[in-house]
Design a protein around this ligand. Structure first.
Ligand code: MEV
Length: 331
């Protein structure tokens, strides 16, 4: 093969972000925003990375690895390159490149730093495209595991939930590297983007510092997060009717948000969007992902457009998304 195009989805964490880093369970789903990566051989022997239309707060940018150093404005988007480079390096360890160069071009619909797993999706799509180009037949699960290694190398700490859900798709329960598909259910959700971005690496490190300073305070909070995830799993897999399921899930979302606020990862803007959504009729709303900016989501059966409007009036960018059954895909 001379050229491979692969794509991988964004994700939302429905319950259990941060506590999942401490070995507690979490529930996540792939959503229908995707990152596309094209990999092809070049004659220079070098690795070349091009990014097109990368969305960062207030900016849509395109760049190459050579130009990035001159354009400080590109800010957050440049972080993408770290994941891509590391992903290519890991795949190269597994295959023989025969001195050939590889050019990787990225296009993405996923805002960077929004807590929607843009880094995991770019790592997964890159591993998918480059491994196929080099003739490796990796399963999506194996690609997810390599994606977790990329995150550990670039970020220092990671639970692996983002690359796992991006690689395998659907709706999953995840704990310590093990995942289980939950029965697929359409969730009437609205995602609200604050327009600013948080650094997952810094937020995870901040929680760790506070945990170490006051373990007796943090441990019960993280345990409660873990328990509410198990409760959510019970509700999702039960035979209760849809409306009852949504009502209980909404309550659990609100509790999870309060606990995330307690460990310090909310912001004024996130809380404003969370409360605006509830006032507009959402059954529950919470941060999704690492926090510190980024996104929240609301569960709003029959009220999606009202909630989207309320999020927009509160200064956020609403996105009505669907769960994507598909993870990594070779196009
Ligand atoms: C980020 O999407 C989720 C965190 O729990 C980090 C991780 O699980 O690696 C904050």
């Amino acid at each position: 093969v001379k050229r491979v195009l692969a794509s991988a989805p964004a994700k939302i964490i429905l319950f259990g972000e941060h506590s999942v880093v401490y070995g507690k369970p979490a529930i996540a789903a792939a959503i229908d925003l995707r990152t596309y990566v094209r990999a092809e051989f070049n004659d220079t022997g070098a690795i070349k990375i091009e990014a097109h239309d990368i969305r960062t707060p207030g900016l849509i940018v395109s760049f190459t690895e050579d130009s990035i150093y001159f354009e400080s404005d590109y800010g957050k988007a440049a972080e993408v390159l770290g994941y891509v480079r590391q992903a290519i390096e890991l795949v190269k360890e597994e295959a023989d490149v025969n001195g050939k160069g590889i050019t990787v071009s990225i296009t993405s619909q996923i805002p960077v730093g929004a807590g929607l797993g843009s880094s995991a999706a770019v790592a997964v799509a890159t591993i998918g495209a480059v491994s196929r180009l080099l003739g490796l037949e990796l399963s999506n699960e194996e690609v997810g595991k390599l994606g977790h290694r990329v995150e550990l190398l670039v970020q220092g700490a990671s639970s692996g939930i983002d690359p796992t859900v991006s690689a395998i798709g659907g709706f999953i329960h995840y704990q310590k590297g093990e995942f289980e598909h939950l029965p697929f259910m359409e969730l009437p959700i609205v995602v609200g983007y604050t327009g600013s971005s948080g650094s997952t690496k810094e937020l995870v490190a901040m929680v760790r510092r506070n945990y170490e300073e006051m373990p007796e305070i943090f441990e019960p909070i993280l345990n409660s997060m873990g328990r509410l995830v198990e409760k959510a799993r019970e509700v999702i897999t039960s035979d209760l009717d849809r409306d009852l399921k949504f009502q209980t899930l909404g309550k659990l979302m609100n509790i999870n948000h309060g606990l995330l606020d307690a460990i310090g990862v909310s912001t004024k803007k996130l809380s404003e969007l969370v409360y605006a959504a509830r006032t507009a009729g959402a059954l529950g709303s919470k941060i999704t992902g690492a926090g510190g900016g980024g996104c929240m989501y609301a569960l709003a059966p029959g009220k999606q457009s009202e909630v989207a409007t309320a999020i927009a009036i509160a200064g956020g960018t609403p996105m009505i998304t669907k769960i994507s059954r598909e993870g990594l895909r070779i196009e």
